[in-house]
Design a protein around this ligand. Structure first.
Ligand SMILES: *Cc1c(COP(=O)(O)O)cnc(C)c1O
Length: 420
């Protein structure tokens, strides 16, 4: 799936499935996020097909896009959820994902969160440290129940991705170092309220190459053999998420190629495989639609000043991420070079520098592609800008799946103290 697969131009006009983007923009006003339901479904089914010959549970990584419409779409197809907070557990359950398909990751789960997850009976905790293990044991014992656990293993592998989304190196805060794994499992087996169930690994995000996965899974396979020799009953391997997407021209291994590699590395161990894809399910299923407010001619550059900013989509400012920027209406076929920027009072509020875009004027619609994952979920109302609404399209229907708040909604969250 490329960024434009589900957002094609027909007669110089960008569509999402069977609806013109401009039709939605008229009703919803810009900026807004727009998702293709078919893109999400197809992507999920690609994973199902790729893993059809392995005992697999797909646990969608909720943090990539946690809208109820997205979760319900995936729940209907049988997806589980990989969650990292009590809030995400609540979102997953509310959208219809059963508790026994939920795996709970995260480095700093609190007692309250652990209690909640245990009371629901989730599939497993992916434990990231010894102190967390002790807390889970304590809470499970006090609730008279047992927590199924995997340790998240840090295999000290370089994921060859942006440093802010690399998680599997020794210097990262994630997981238990592989050198300490056997000791950690020994401790787990000795603690009340804990059932050792599996092994988990997640080395990073936006991986464009299978080699780091392969290296990590080799270490995990070796570890499973050792753990079994130590007497642990290991029946689950959670291989994490992280498969990348094409933002510009990255060539990403297919889901089938990835699945075959997982089978080659881990198949002989006869474990249930859990996968936790996020970006690769949602990234290219969504765009951020914005309007040009002004075209400004600077001393050296032309700026397209948009009504969407870094508060709506922070990836370019935070990770230097590249997103294609495409004019929705392409009747003029002249290309011009622009710096594409938002309205926020920060120089970092820049989507692209010296980028070729179809010549645009104030009022024209601009699509920022590949924004379905880590877009809306990372947005804020910085500069008291309202969170952009989210729209989902299916065929020739669309629905606003999160509406734009009002200024009153935002301001009334503050409380003026009585002494003022
Ligand atoms: C973020 C995350 C994922 C999903 O990563 P993607 O790159 O979006 O596929 C999966 N598992 C864990 C533990 C994560 O933190």
């Amino acid at each position: 799936m490329t960024p434009v697969t589900y957002f094609p131009h027909k007669n110089n006009e960008m569509f999402v499935e069977d609806i013109a983007i401009s039709t939605i923009a008229k009703q919803v006003k810009t900026p807004f996020y727009c998702y293709s339901s078919t893109a999400i479904e197809t992507s999920f089914q690609d994973y199902q097909n790729a893993f059809s010959d392995q005992d697999t549970l797909i646990c969608y990584a909720v943090k990539a896009n946690s809208n109820q419409a997205v979760l319900a779409t995936l729940a209907k197809l049988g997806s589980g959820a990989d969650v990292v907070s009590m809030g995400e557990i609540r979102r997953a359950i509310t959208a219809g994902i059963p508790a026994d398909k939920i795996v709970y990751s995260g480095v700093a789960k609190t007692q309250e969160e652990i209690e909640y997850a245990l009371s629901l009976g989730i599939f497993q905790f992916n434990v990231e440290s010894e102190p967390e293990l002790e807390l889970i044991s304590k809470v499970a014992t006090s609730l008279n129940t047992t927590a199924a656990i995997s340790f998240r293993i840090n295999p000290n592998v370089c994921a060859q991705t942006h440093e802010k989304i690399s998680t599997g190196k020794a210097e990262n805060k994630f997981g238990v170092p592989i050198s300490k794994a056997r000791l950690a499992y020994k401790q787990a087996a000795s603690l009340p309220g804990i059932k050792v169930q599996g092994v988990d690994v997640h080395i990073g995000s936006q991986l464009t190459n299978l080699a780091p996965f392969e290296e990590a899974y080799q270490h995990i396979a070796q570890l499973v053999v050792e753990l079994r020799a130590d007497g642990h009953d290991i029946s689950v391997i959670d291989v994490g998420g992280g498969l990348g997407i094409t933002y510009l021209d990255e060539i990403i291994p297919s889901k089938k190629t990835y699945a075959d590699m997982v089978k080659a590395q881990l198949g002989h161990l006869n474990c249930k495989i859990i996968i936790e894809p996020g970006r690769s399910l949602l990234g290219n299923a969504g765009i951020l639609v914005s309007s040009v407010v002004f075209v400004k001619t600077g001393e050296e550059r032309q700026f397209l000043l948009l009504d969407a900013g870094m508060n709506d989509l922070i990836r370019p400012s935070m990770y230097d991420a590249f997103h294609q920027i495409i004019a929705v209406n392409q009747e003029s076929n002249a290309l011009k070079t622009y710096d594409v920027v938002g309205p926020v009072c920060e120089t970092g509020d820049t989507f692209a520098k010296a980028r070729q875009v179809h010549q645009s004027d104030a009022g024209d619609l601009i699509a920022i592609m590949s924004s379905g994952a880590y877009g809306a979920v990372m947005s804020s109302s910085y500069n008291t800008r309202m969170l952009a609404p989210e729209v989902m399209v299916k065929g020739n229907e669309f629905a606003v799946v999160r509406k734009r708040p009002s200024y009153e909604d935002i301001i009334k969250q503050d409380i003026t103290p009585s002494w003022l």
